[in-house]
Design a protein around this ligand. Structure first.
Ligand SMILES: Nc1ncnc2c1ncn2[C@@H]1O[C@H](COP(=O)(O)OP(=O)(O)OP(=O)(O)O)[C@@H](O)[C@H]1O
Ligand SMILES: [Mg+2]
Length: 400
């Protein structure tokens, strides 16, 4: 191979590497696909290149990116699966080189008008993910001669990158947890950005400075709580959260949980009371997780009860059940909201302004208790209060 040829080849592969680096750093699919089509056109010396995504339901392709896609006309332009070269590439899952497209009966000729480009030569590769065709990458009109095997290899490599990007973005969009996460992060991040921006202004006075610092601290705490909730939820959903079997004293665990929440209750002048009989038997469960549930429910009781409220935590063992009660005399939950209360991200609309939160707390609690074979019962009346009742299975230790 001649030196100049070698160097252009190296340049081409450098460009490929650049694109694959972009791939891991951006979730902006359009930006990435645009880079890929431009690289495809440049590297194969073609007049234009485009990516057509396959819409399985309607058995058709639509243009997602094209190196010559200046006009909005092209975006979303439809190409049928059954009478196009893209369809052939997708169904055979193989690249195709065609030197005279106009003479090829498989070519979808109607495309020339809206795109304003007459296709002569064409090189197309399928965009394949693990189990299916997601689209087609096509380069058209080689500037000199026909498309080569070298062009094909490059386009295949670019096509593989595009397929991963498309798959990643789809997975990303599908995971509602992640899209909600991104959505939820926006508010605290915006507040942080505003506060820190204001803090850098010379004209603010000492009182404002303290307020801004306070708001930055609050928002940072909130972000950190959100991060833990999201992590818990993701672990619980994917089954990656291990559960232990401890045998533990429930009264001690409840006392510790209340201690954690005591300062929050004091802030709102609530009384926080623990009522348990001294001879309660030990419970076999994951101690830390049950504690996490209790803390979460007490935190809700504190948040959704007006100042000066009363929160009572108690526990009982009846027959084959262990029951933990968290009772408040707060705002209560409207009847029509009750069926939704354990849904991820659900917050009672009327109570949203009462306290900050992500709406994940109860869904995490529910998952933890259900994994233990139990359930959470709610009894609530608006303006009277709420009782959260944790039912856990209880097995009497053998030999007693
Ligand atoms: N004890 C309660 N009294 C009144 N409403 C409650 C109570 N507990 C929960 N709620 C309502 O249920 C909603 C969901 O509770 P959940 O704990 O899942 O979310 P959150 O407290 O808003 O946020 P976080 O994810 O920070 O816990 C709350 O937003 C609130 O509207
Ligand atoms: Mg909560």
């Amino acid at each position: 191979m001649k030196t100049t040829e070698t160097s252009t080849l190296i340049e081409k592969y450098e460009r490929l590497v650049e694109i694959s680096c972009d791939l891991s750093s951006t979730l902006d699919l359009n930006k990435l696909l645009n880079r890929i089509v431009h690289a495809a056109a440049d590297l194969s010396n073609a007049q234009a290149a485009s990516i057509l995504l396959y819409d399985e339901k309607n058995k058709q392709f639509f243009f997602q990116a094209a190196s010559n896609m200046d006009s909005p006309v092209m975006k979303g332009l439809v190409v049928p699966y059954d009478s196009s070269i893209a369809g052939v590439i997708a169904s055979e899952r193989k690249p195709i080189i065609i030197s005279d497209t106009q003479r090829d009966p498989r070519h979808f000729k109607k495309i020339a008008k809206p795109t304003g480009v007459l296709t002569r030569s064409l090189l197309g590769v399928p965009l394949l993910t693990k189990d299916k065709v997601v689209g087609v990458l096509e380069a058209i009109n080689k500037s000199e001669g026909d498309f080569t095997e070298e062009d094909k290899k490059l386009l295949l490599a670019l096509g593989a990158q595009a397929a991963i990007a498309i798959e990643n973005t789809r997975l990303f969009q599908q995971t509602d947890l992640i899209s909600e996460l991104v959505h939820e992060l926006r508010t605290p991040l915006a507040s942080l950005s505003t506060a820190s921006h204001l803090l850098s202004r010379p004209e603010i006075n000492e009182i404002q400075r303290v307020q801004l610092i306070h708001s930055i601290q609050n928002e940072t705490n909130r972000l950190s709580e959100m991060a833990s909730s999201f992590l818990d939820m993701a672990r619980l959903e994917s089954g990656r959260m291990p559960f232990l079997h401890d045998s533990f004293n429930v009264k001690d665990m409840l006392e510790e949980s209340l201690e954690v929440m005591r300062y929050k209750a004091d802030e709102k002048k609530h009384t926080l009371e623990l009522k348990v009989l001294p001879n309660l038997p030990e419970l076999i469960a994951d101690r830390n997780k049950i504690k996490q549930v209790v803390i979460n429910l007490v935190s809700n009781a504190i948040k959704y009860t007006p100042n000066g409220g009363k929160i009572i935590v108690s526990a009982d063992q009846i027959e084959n059940e262990y029951i933990i009660y968290i009772k408040d005399n707060g705002l209560g939950i409207p009847e029509d909201a009750l069926p939704h209360i354990f849904e991820k991200f659900y917050r009672v609309p009327l109570l949203e302004r009462v306290a900050t939160g992500t709406g994940l707390g109860l869904s995490i609690c529910k998952k933890i208790i259900e994994t233990h074979g139990g359930n959470i019962e709610i009894q609530s009346k608006v303006n009277e209060g709420t009782s959260m009742i944790i039912h856990l299975p209880y097995k009497q230790p053998r030999g007693n």
